[in-house]
Design a protein around this ligand. Structure first.
Ligand code: GLN
Length: 181
């Protein structure tokens, strides 16, 4: 298995490390020719969604990535990656993200929570995080924190508002890999 990690900006190295610990090969995508390599899935990391959109557009990768995801390419989007998949951005997932949803004071926090399909609680690190404020009927909610949707999936698209790559717990990445094969 070989996974493309969007490396325009943000916390992409941490995803590569997590996947590496699970024995999965990754490669970084910065431009169209990187993207065109064979791959089984893509990870869109946290960072700044507006910057990432701009860079995707500039590199001519917005449409090819959208088409691949629409065509069933598995994707893991974390934080800004979640925002990028919503109705107002790539529009591959039938949900609407609320950006910087926790206000200034609570912008960044750490908690643990339950996640449908993973046993026990997992660590959840939120950094100026979004949550999902509207989810269509195809969207399966996987986790809620204080009544807000913080993880969901639609087909092979998996999104989290928190950063699983910033904790040492591998279960979310393992869950993603299990959903690919
Ligand atoms: N606040 C960022 C955005 O709106 C997301 C933050 C993150 O990815 N940690 O894109």
């Amino acid at each position: 298995m070989r996974i493309a990690v969007l490396a325009l900006q943000g916390a992409f190295i941490e995803h590569e490390q997590m996947l590496g610990r699970l024995g999965v090969e990754t490669f970084e995508v910065r431009k169209l020719s990187d993207w065109e390599q064979p791959k089984d899935a893509i990870v869109i990391p946290g960072g700044e969604s507006t910057t990432m959109m701009l860079l995707l557009e500039r590199q001519g990768m917005l449409a090819p990535i959208r088409e691949a995801i629409m065509g069933g390419m598995p994707v893991l989007g974390t934080c800004a990656g979640l925002i990028l998949l919503d109705r107002e951005h790539l529009g591959t997932m039938d949900m609407l993200a609320r950006r910087n949803a926790y206000g200034r004071q609570l912008g960044s926090f750490h908690t643990t929570g339950s996640f449908c399909g993973i046993e026990g609680e997992i660590p959840m690190t939120f950094i100026r995080a979004p949550y999902i404020e509207e989810a269509g009927s195809e969207v399966k909610i996987l986790s809620e924190v204080e009544g807000k949707i913080v993880a969901a999936r639609q087909g092979k698209q998996l999104v989290t508002a928190f950063h699983p790559e910033l904790d040492s717990n591998l279960s979310l990445h393992r869950y993603f890999l299990d959903s690919i094969v």
